[in-house]
Structures are given as C-alpha cells and as structure tokens.
Write a protein that binds this ligand. Sequence first.
Ligand SMILES: [Zn+2]
Length: 145
Amino acid sequence: MNVLNHLKKRSNTTCELCSNNDSLSHYLIPPSLNENVDNSVLICKTCKDQIEEKQKMNPNHWRCFNDSMWSEYTAVKIMSWRMLQRLRNEGWSRDLLDMMYLEEEALILSRATGEDEDEEHKVIHRDINGVTLNSGDNVVLVKGL
Ligand SMILES: [Zn+2]
C-alpha cells in the first residue's frame, strides 16, 4: 500500500486537520525528505492553500485544531502545532498551545521550520562578508590578539 492509501485508511479519507473531504492530498511535512506515513498528513485543499501561503490564513478555519491537536498521530500534532504558532496572536490559539503536549522529539521537529519565531527575532548569522550562514557551513574562528 502506498503512502497516500495508508493515509486515507488512517483518516477515513478525511482531512486530518479539519475533517473536510474535498480535494484531499498527501502533504509531506517539511523538512522531511523521505516520504513515509509517519511524516505525512492527508489534508484538504483549503488547509493546503493556507499552509503554503501565509497571507491566505483564515483564523476561523483553524478552530479545527481543537480536535486535531489531540490526534494520536504525531504528524498531525506537528502540523497543528506549527499552524497554531502561526496564529498565536489569536487568544484561543495561545490557549490551545498552552494545553498541547508534544514529546520532546516531536517538539524539536515541530520547531524545524521556525513557525514559533518572530521574524524580527530570528537570529541571522553572517560571516564577515555579510553572507548568511546556515547550519552546516564551515567557519574559521580567528582570535584577535
Ligand atoms: Zn482541511
């Protein structure tokens, strides 16, 4: 059975975030590379559009997290957490985040895309030429004497 079929079976062919059932598709949670059931969710078009384009966010649509944040599947919880973080200026969303529980490992993965960081607070590391450094880049530390 392929990933999509697994997801359909697991969710009863409904969107795992909002329970809708129109235009469902498989969504691989970034930054995952290997497609498997544990890092994928089945989502509808409405959810997908908003996940992919921040400016389309409609807070009222996401009241569904009341349910999906308690999902037994980690992938669903991770997506709930990320989207709740995006909506954290809404009072209800903050409340849900406060109630939510994620295992350490899931929390680390949830944070991987930086949804919980404010743009202006993001620490950007640059080298002496002003080039943005990403984790994994090699730098040489020079000590001034
Ligand atoms: Zn949906």
